[in-house]
Ligand binder design. Sequence first.
Ligand SMILES: Cc1ncc(COP(=O)(O)O)c(C=O)c1O
Length: 386
Amino acid sequence: MRTLVSQTAQNLRPSGIRRYFDIAATMDDVVTLGIGEPNFVTPQHILEKGIESLRRGETGYTSNSGTIELRRAISGYIERLYGLHYQPENEVLVTVGVSEALWIALKAVLDPGDEVLVVQPCFVANAAAVEMAGGLPVIVNTSVEHEFQVTGAALEAAVTPRTKAILISYPNNPTGAILTREHILQVAAIAQKHDLVVLSDEIYERLVYDADHICFASLPGMFERTIVLSGMSKTFAMTGWRIGYAAAPAPLMEAMRKLHQYLIMSAPTMGQAAALEALEHGEDDVEHMRVQYDRRRRLIVSGFNDLGLTCFDPRGAFYAFPSIEATGMEDEDFCERLLHEERVAVVPGSAFGQSGSGFVRASYATSDDNIERALERMSRFMRRYG
Ligand SMILES: Cc1ncc(COP(=O)(O)O)c(C=O)c1O
């Protein structure tokens, strides 16, 4: 019988994160710093709006693009944050998380064989999404020596006549880096020079510490060539509601809307009702959660540094990305031993791209107590291997 599975699917590498969770799930008393989602429950008033929507019997589809009320709220939110105006009618799309937004954005701009500059380390789905959309990911590495900043020179060196787009995601998962104005302007200059689309995944935009987030589309000349991706998952502790959005100039959005319509129909209806409440009345919740993440960030980063796991200072998202060089181990080996010997789950940096090798990702979107227990166990581990 011929092979039933497509070459594209065969070529995709399984996510390097899942393996550790599968092992951890078979063990007792594991402290996990592995999960990339808020440990908060969705704030009560937001949750209630979702429930009320169901109780009102709103169990059907919405307009393909999302309810006009929610699109207006998204447009208003972006304007409030960055002074940018997107038309709710034709420049905003409500999606099933950034996951869907990323996929349709790529599909909207790529023809088969087009290349996308994928800045790594990054979210595990990025390179795979480019491949699934028929493109070729061209990896542009960043390093701790340059504070995980992507430079214009590194992008320039990777550009070919087939390059169509740049995919960046800052604040960054897994490093916690944010992009400085100097570097973000370099990215913009390359996009301009080579006439590229920029897909900017800004899902952690509100989780920044002692720093400001710059929306890529707000840079001079960038609005016309940028697709901004963001959503509710991280900012409002709403991962399970599956609501994200894309904002882009009308011609790009028109293409994305067609793809979304055939692929998804419309994003979850009760989730849209909850998202509307989040955007209209959720600011205090955002700040409350951000302050707690910030405290945990300091706790975990100083804890790692004290253990000899030198840790880059993360200014965004909710991840710490310490170097494990002191142990002399490969990152996968480190994670496996740490899990089996001390029952602490972290994720090998190489799961986020080759330039993540030699690091591990530890999420501090967990309780202070969990962080302290993990550090205590890791201190025993480091006494043996440090
Ligand atoms: C950088 C980044 N983009 C997108 C996602 C997916 O988000 P969503 O829940 O909106 O699909 C994640 C989730 O971890 C992420 O870290």
